[in-house]
Design a protein around this ligand. Structure first.
Ligand code: TYM
Length: 339
């Protein structure tokens, strides 16, 4: 079993990343390394330049994100933790796969439509070809499983399409170059929504900091954000059917469920009939309980630049090694002469 996943270092880690993906990374790291498999987790900094960005901020966020991942439980001794820019094979494989990816496939990607908005002509080429780099990230390591949130499902389907077409076009059926990866999406917390709008996902790029819980927020800030979270005026129902048409209530209940390990029915059995005035403090306290130890480790580690650099250097050396056979096989399959 080979597990690979990435996160863009475009801001600080938030509750959506944690519940939708990182918590699952940690779980898989424990299972997979016990079985002798290998997990690779990386900072997708090459992806981050697909949108306008500040270079100094990107460097700082990259190091901050390494500290955050280790604070969440990613163990650089058991998993390969690295930064994309330190492993040139990612960018190389992307170019090689650009010959296989089709314009029509990329045109269907919803992320490009969302992020480019009305200004398609002004969007960067990198934003358009972003999913091909993501396919390269995964295909480079003969990945079998990719733990991600729901929003990345379409990109993973594209990676499978690219792998399949490449194998068909350039390989014999007995010796395909690429393994087809399966996405692993957590059922309960696949999509954590904004605290200001239950129909928009919680995101690093939302201009309002009140829309998300950052893993670096202290207890007071967490309580404040939860108390100010948008809700309707009705009390919580005692059955899930009563949540229909109430996106903000659904979001807060599913965050509570994801943090406590309870199903929606269980949360409603406990809190049904309560108004948000009572439910919100309970939710805030639960968040603080789960996040406070992570924040403590994060604050300590993020001061230790030397350790962070060392983690990245070691991870990149190992990733370069693991990437090299597939990259060489891809060049060979395409007939590119390299001496
Ligand atoms: P990114 O940086 O936006 O998010 C990192 C991970 O967090 C998940 N996530 C969420 N899950 C639930 N609710 C939310 N509100 C929420 N927001 C984010 C994402 O699904 C993701 O799993 N393109 C990727 C990074 C990437 C990647 C890869 C992932 C680059 N190459 C290869 C997997 C494999 C991204 O921008 O994720």
């Amino acid at each position: 079993m080979r597990v690979v996943s990435g996160i863009q270092p475009t801001g600080s880690l938030h509750l959506g990343n944690y519940l939708g993906a990182i918590r699952n990374w940690v779980r898989m790291q424990d299972e997979v390394s016990a079985e002798g498999g290998q997990c690779l987790f990386f900072l997708a900094d090459l992806h981050a330049i697909s949108m306008p960005h500040d270079p100094a901020e990107l460097s700082a966020n990259t190091l901050g994100m390494v500290a955050a991942l280790v604070a969440c439980g990613i163990d650089p001794d058991r998993s390969v933790l690295f930064n994309q820019a330190q492993v040139p094979a990612h960018a190389e494989l992307q170019w090689l796969l650009n010959g296989t990816a089709r314009m029509g496939w990329l045109n269907r990607m919803t992320q490009f439509k969302d992020k480019s908005g009305k200004n398609r002509e002004g969007a960067s080429i990198a934003l358009f070809t972003y999913p091909v780099l993501q396919a390269a990230d995964v295909l480079l390591y003969q990945t079998t499983h990719v733990p991600v949130g729901e929003d990345q499902k379409q990109h993973l389907e594209l990676a499978r399409d690219i792998a399949q077409k490449f194998n068909n076009d350039f390989c014999t059926p007995e010796a395909p170059v690429f393994t087809l990866p399966d996405p692993i999406i957590p059922p309960q917390s696949a999509r954590i929504m904004s605290l200001r709008d239950g129909t928009a996902k919680m995101s690093k790029s939302d201009p309002s900091d009140m829309s998300r819980i950052n893993l670096s927020d202290d207890a007071d800030m967490i309580m404040k954000k939860v108390k100010k979270a948008k809700t309707d005026a009705e009390p919580l129902p005692s059955e899930a059917a009563g949540l229909a048409g109430r996106p903000e209530a659904v979001n807060l209940v599913s965050i509570y469920g994801a943090l406590s390990g309870k199903s929606t029915d269980e949360v409603l059995a406990e809190h049904g009939g309560q108004g948000f005035g009572a439910f919100k403090p309970a939710l805030g306290e639960l968040m603080v309980e789960v996040l406070a130890p992570i924040a403590g480790r994060f604050n300590e580690l993020s001061q230790d630049r030397e350790s962070l650099d060392a983690i990245l250097a070691r991870g990149a050396a190992r990733a370069r090694e693991l990437a090299s056979p597939t990259l060489a096989a891809t060049y060979r399959a395409l007939g590119l002469v390299r001496g």
